[in-house]
Design a binder for this molecule. Structure first.
Ligand SMILES: [Zn+2]
Length: 270
């Protein structure tokens, strides 16, 4: 059985730092996660199973394989897995209460696994587990059939099962042959910071050394700099008015005596 070798005989785990980023979904409590889903993998699963919807397809059980890499936590040596992509099972024979990974289903999934382009860096792809749905009103847990599937194909500490209910938007992760409930997080793609156009156009805003942080911050900075310019202009006007008044006062004081004194320069303003 080719898949048994593939699932049971992976290369040893390498130490690695854990993935970081904003979390979209989390399940299983506050402990360090054992399973991470990268944004693309979460999106594929959610689209496959119609997360948050009721569709003709998702009222039956659906499932597939979790593909990624498993590592050892660089500090604690605890194994954890990162799901980077997903292979949807197309040929699973399923009902509203069960999914069967038949020989044909496995053959199709493993053929597609073999065709995956190798990762750009790091260790090769591994099958780190499987996912399937418990649709409608069925809670997310590992049934007797699910446990047998897990023990047969995914018995390692770095093998996981995800059970999801798309209608109730519930999910749970389980680990290894014992199907121990564990912590899983799905990461959200971080939003790209955009530089607003008016901030680029206003040279007054470039006085700060920190990079632009986004649309909510820059307009406030702009308003502040416009206020500063107005105050400066008002001060200049006031200074000019004071200078003019002072000039007139001095000129008035130094105005010539009526009897034959030479005319001062300031007198031309009188
Ligand atoms: Zn199940």
């Amino acid at each position: 059985m080719g898949h048994i070798t593939r699932v049971h005989g992976p290369p040893p785990l390498e130490p690695s730092a854990r993935p970081e980023g904003p979390v979209e979904l989390a399940t299983g409590g506050e402990r360090p996660p054992s399973l991470y889903l990268l944004p693309a993998a979460l999106q594929t699963i959610q689209e496959h199973i119609g997360w948050g919807q009721v569709t003709e397809a998702n009222v039956m059980e659906q499932g597939g394989l979790l593909i990624g890499r498993a590592y050892l936590d660089a500090e604690t040596s605890e194994p954890f897995a990162v799901v980077e992509q997903v292979l949807e099972a197309h040929t699973a024979s399923s009902t509203a209460a069960s999914i069967a990974l038949t020989h044909d289903t496995w053959a199709d999934l493993l053929a597609r696994f073999d065709q995956l382009p190798p990762p750009a860096a790091g260790p090769p792809w591994r099958i780190v587990g499987w996912y399937h749905t418990h649709p409608n009103s069925i809670p997310v847990f590992m049934s007797g059939t699910d446990r047998r599937t897990q023990q047969d194909f995914f018995p390692g500490r770095d093998h996981f099962a995800l059970v999801l209910n798309p209608q109730r938007q519930q999910w749970q992760a389980f680990r290894g042959a014992e199907c121990v409930e564990c912590v899983a997080v799905a990461l959200r793609a971080p939003e790209t910071a955009r530089v607003p156009r008016d901030a680029e156009a206003a040279p007054d805003t470039v006085t700060s050394t920190s990079p632009p942080r986004g649309e909510r911050v820059a307009p406030r900075r702009l308003r502040r700099s416009r206020g500063r310019m107005c105050r400066r202009a008002a001060l200049l006007l006031l200074a000019a008015a004071l200078a003019w008044t002072l000039y007139r006062v001095v000129a008035w004081i130094r105005r010539p005596e009526p009897a034959g004194r030479p005319i001062g320069e300031g007198d031309q303003w009188d």
